[in-house]
Write a protein that binds this ligand. Structure first.
Ligand SMILES: [Mg+2]
Length: 175
């Protein structure tokens, strides 16, 4: 279960994370930062990363996608990245934390999938922020998992354990 559920990365309360003692961020790429088929970060995403840096956060990208995809993406955002992470396995999260010199007590994970990003982070006790996925186009297997994820999130919202965010306007901006 995520600690926070927000519409998009731009809706994350970064000052709030700071207050919680969060210094490092492990961030998913696909459908969290950009849509699945987008190869590089757009201007708004780059500005968001510049803001993270100004605020003193260390960030590492963590993706289950291929080396090619992740390396191409980091041509625009020059931060550490772990590819073929096999989230929710712990090992890649541990590598990502090592890359930014942080530990579970001061790291948050940000991602769009409950059963990879959030579960993987929670297995190590990380603070976890779930965002609404950017694009409806996904791997076949992901589409299947989304149905289970939806049931789970619907139940948590129904039981008052999670607040569903208002839908972001971002889709209208980035297509
Ligand atoms: Mg994702």
């Amino acid at each position: 279960m995520p600690d926070e559920y927000v519409a998009s990365i731009f809706d994350i309360d970064l000052k709030g994370l700071k207050k919680r003692g969060i210094e490092g961020l492990i961030i998913d790429i696909d459908n969290t930062l950009v849509s699945w088929e987008t190869k590089t970060a757009d201007r708004r995403v780059l500005e968001w990363f510049a803001k993270l840096e100004r605020m003193g956060f260390r960030a590492c990208l963590l993706s289950n996608n291929t080396k090619d995809r992740v390396v191409k993406f980091t041509e625009t955002i020059r931060i550490p990245a772990v590819y073929r992470a096999a989230k929710p396995r712990k090992s890649a999260f541990i590598r990502a934390m090592a890359a930014i010199g942080k530990n579970p007590s001061n790291v948050a994970v940000i991602g769009d999938q409950v059963f990879t990003d959030i579960l993987g982070g929670k297995r190590l006790g990380l603070y976890a922020v779930l965002v609404i996925p950017l694009s409806g186009r996904e791997f076949f297997t992901t589409r299947f998992v989304r149905r289970i994820e939806k049931m789970l999130l619907d139940r948590m919202v129904r039981e008052g354990k999670l607040v569903r965010p208002a839908v972001s306007h971002r889709k209208n901006l980035t297509g």
